[in-house]
Write a protein that binds this ligand. Structure first.
Ligand code: PLP
Length: 412
């Protein structure tokens, strides 16, 4: 053997050893980041400060209160800038669910909107339950709701949207990046239509925030729902962006916090933590590119297995960078998840929200999957913390789980 060849093999061997060592160190792999994310250590540190040191009530006029107030107003500024809006248009809530409830109920209940006879809301068949269930409830109160169809990749039809708008239409509410299938709607085009037809435009951007461009002005948005725990921030904190001049009533009445629009003592630690999470995401934009590369590599590996199909947008530029949703024909998603769970790899079948309802996903039905295909689908959602070693390890484990299950399946 030539010396060169020996050296080359030694180097390759070392690389392999290093790789194996990293593999051996993997204790668990969290691939359910669309359900929630690990809170960043810097976020926890920031929150701790507002629990252990500067724990004053932001409404108190003494120094301790002032420090809390400063934290809240600083957070408002950071978040406002991140979506190209103004501080006075940012309102803190208890999370994405509350923000969605407030946006739709607040518009519908508003006295002026009622006087104008506006009682029609347009949404889609693939919204998060915190929009769909509000719409169902509003129907009982006399609202008329149109649920737009989506194509097999999960995109709405802009022509159908335009056709649905009439002089009673109050608002259009359409999710930005989808929590199950990752499809990103074209908010710019939707916003143009809404502006032209003079109807309010709301988007649920919990999943897309910090992962793809979100610009309140460019997209003509009147209302935006955001939350903390999908972006490595705390749970139980959210934002509703309300464009100045929007006719909307409060959802929660009381002590008059947030300019009388959302009462309740401000959750200062969570607000400061959310702002920190936003800052971190903005200062490391390369994370999105890294996730895109990893996503593409994982998709390639999975799709190379037999009888698999990617659900959602096939064009990855119109798909959330952390989302992979796949159908493995003829085997149960739950069984795959069970095998992976035994290997301490955590993925999801259906969305976290739909899974405790034991209902089949509205979204998967809307993109044309039948019951068998829905049951055979899994969602893998990576994060900025996911490594190449983890994704390789996962792909191998997934492959062997699928092979085992295919051997057992009566259809194969
Ligand atoms: C998680 C999520 C919500 C709900 O937000 P919470 O803060 O958990 O109440 C709403 N919409 C989408 C798209 C989500 O992903």
């Amino acid at each position: 053997m030539s010396t060169l060849k020996i050296i080359a093999e030694a180097i390759a061997g070392t690389a392999q050893d290093a790789h194996n060592n990293k593999m051996a160190k993997i204790k668990q792999i969290y691939l359910d980041n669309a359900a929630t994310t690990k809170v960043d250590a810097a976020v926890v540190k920031e929150m701790q400060r507002y629990m252990l040191e500067d724990y004053g009530n932001a409404s108190s006029s003494h120094e301790k209160g002032r420090k809390s107030r400063e934290a809240v107003e600083n957070a408002r500024k950071i978040i406002a800038e991140s979506i190209n809006s103004n501080s006075e248009e940012i309102f803190f809530t208890s999370g994405g669910t509350e923000s969605n409830n407030w946006a739709l109920k607040g518009l519908f209940m508003n006295h002026e909107n009622k006087l104008l006879g506006k009682n029609h809301i347009i949404t889609t068949k693939i919204e998060h339950d915190s929009v769909l269930d509000v719409c169902k409830w509003l129907e009982n109160l006399g609202a008329r709701i149109s649920y737009l169809d989506v194509d097999k990749e999960g995109f709405i039809d802009l022509k159908q949207l335009e056709k649905e708008i009439n002089d009673k239409t109050l608002a259009v509410s359409i999710i930005h990046g989808h929590n199950e299938i990752g499809t990103i709607q074209n908010l710019e085009k939707i916003g143009k239509i809404c502006k032209e037809k003079k109807v309010y435009f709301h988007t649920d951007a919990c999943q897309s925030y910090t992962k793809t461009m979100l610009d309140a002005k460019k997209y003509n948005l009147d209302l935006i729902t955001l939350n903390g725990h999908k972006i490595h921030g705390p749970k139980g904190i959210g934002v509703l962006y309300i464009r100045k001049g929007t006719r909307i009533s409060p959802l929660i009445h009381g002590g008059g916090h947030e300019k009388g629009m959302r009462s309740g003592t401000e959750n200062v630690p969570a607000i400061a933590g959310l702002a920190k999470a936003v800052e971190l995401a903005q200062s490391s934009k390369e994370n999105v590119k890294r996730m895109q590369k990893l996503q593409e590599a994982i998709i390639k590996k999975i799709i190379s297995l037999e009888k698999t199909k990617l659900n959602g947008s096939l064009d990855l530029t119109r798909r959330l960078c952390n989302n992979i949703h796949v159908c493995f024909h003829n085997i149960e998603g739950e069984a795959i998840a069970g095998y992976l769970n035994n290997d301490k790899i955590f993925i999801s079948t259906g969305s976290a929200c739909a899974s405790h309802k034991l209902e089949k996903s509205n979204t998967l039905r809307a993109i044309g999957l039948n019951d068998l295909e829905i049951n055979s689908s899994i969602r893998i959602s990576i994060s900025k913390n996911t490594t190449i070693e983890e994704s390789d390890y996962f792909a191998n484990k997934l492959k062997s789980a699928v092979e085992k299950l295919r051997l057992m399946s009566p259809f194969n």
